[in-house]
Design a protein around this ligand. Sequence first.
Ligand code: AMP
Length: 415
Amino acid sequence: MKILVLNSGSSSLKYQLIDTQTEEVVAKGLAECIGVAQRCGQIIQETEFAGKIAFETEMNCHDDAMDRVFALLTDPEKGVVKRVDEIAAIGHRVVHGGEKFVRPTLITDDVLCEVEKVSQLAPLHNPPNLAGIRACMRLMPGIPQVAVFDTAFHATIPDYAYMYALPYDYYTAFGVRRYGFHGTSHQYVAGIALDMLAKEGIAPGSSRIITCHLGNGCSMTAIQGGRAVDTSMGLTPAEGLVMGTRSGDLDPAILVYLARRLDAPASDIDRIINKESGLLGISGLSSDMRDIVDAAAKGNARAELALAVFCYRIRKYVGAYAAAMGGLDAIVFTAGIGENSPIVRERVCRDLGFLGVELDATKNETERGRAINLATPASRVRVLLVPTNEERMIARETARVIAGSAAPSPLVVTP
Ligand code: AMP
């Protein structure tokens, strides 16, 4: 059985065709610069069978992009899909499920309507997700489609952790609360981490772990007994950690102050905190952690400051979440920075001996690309490097939904 996994962003469409039995990636690709006036669209696809294909093509919208991708996948000579019904289902990453969607959901017309309503909460993210779903419905009408929500894994967070101290009516009228994102990634790496802990005799139901998804976007989740109990992103993905271009936590009054000082509308403030802040904002150099680490090593003071602020924020959340859970068994690092940056892991874990965290310096420098404990044998808390794989998780969840499984996702441990 093959599942097509789609992640459609504002100007891009990423896809993977995954064999659910072997979890082998049969094809993977990316359509970029969709609807970008200044640049021609580009498609890159890799399959074992036909190798890498890359070409430019005009794509005005997601419908155009999906047409091209579908044609590539089903190409009589180079395609990997001979008959459309070889695709058992399509799993879509949908960023915001609001309070309505707390688990992966089979897409029907009613579900589409509901996702559209929720889109007010994520006006930049959900519309391209919906465009991808509609394009697939048009091209592959008989094939079941499943929405896998970035927010769903965080649905177990208790009210005292998701409620902002604003007038309550804004919660009931406008849905203002913490939702959290990157749920698919947190869930995937937590599943592997809990398996690793179980081998050491720590039962999932009594485990307390913190997952750190540190990529272009960054978030941390406290997971107690296999359930998310707090997470750093909020109503939107702008809250919490320092990210490539997002500020993360701010004094909320700064936004009002800046709007006054700059005489700027809300859209300008939105752009500043989402696109011009974070590592890029502090360093003035780059949003890419590799550039920041290189520049800091060469003595660039603002790059060093960006790195310091980035790591300090993560340390604060480690402390906060350890306190929230009343203890800690593992810190899990994942995504581009979490998996590949020894210096970030080292700075986060430095001097956390009082919490029982002791990083093995050699392992931290040398290990890469596989799930492994980077802590010393004496460390009470494991420091786990776990490569994430959101597409695989979406394929698994999609397969579970079409198999009609009503059981909760495996990670959510029912007491
Ligand atoms: P992701 O969003 O998970 O694809 O992560 C992308 C980010 O990972 C990039 O923006 C880089 O900042 C970071 N990254 C990738 N490789 C490395 C590396 N070797 N060292 C530090 N950061 C890295």
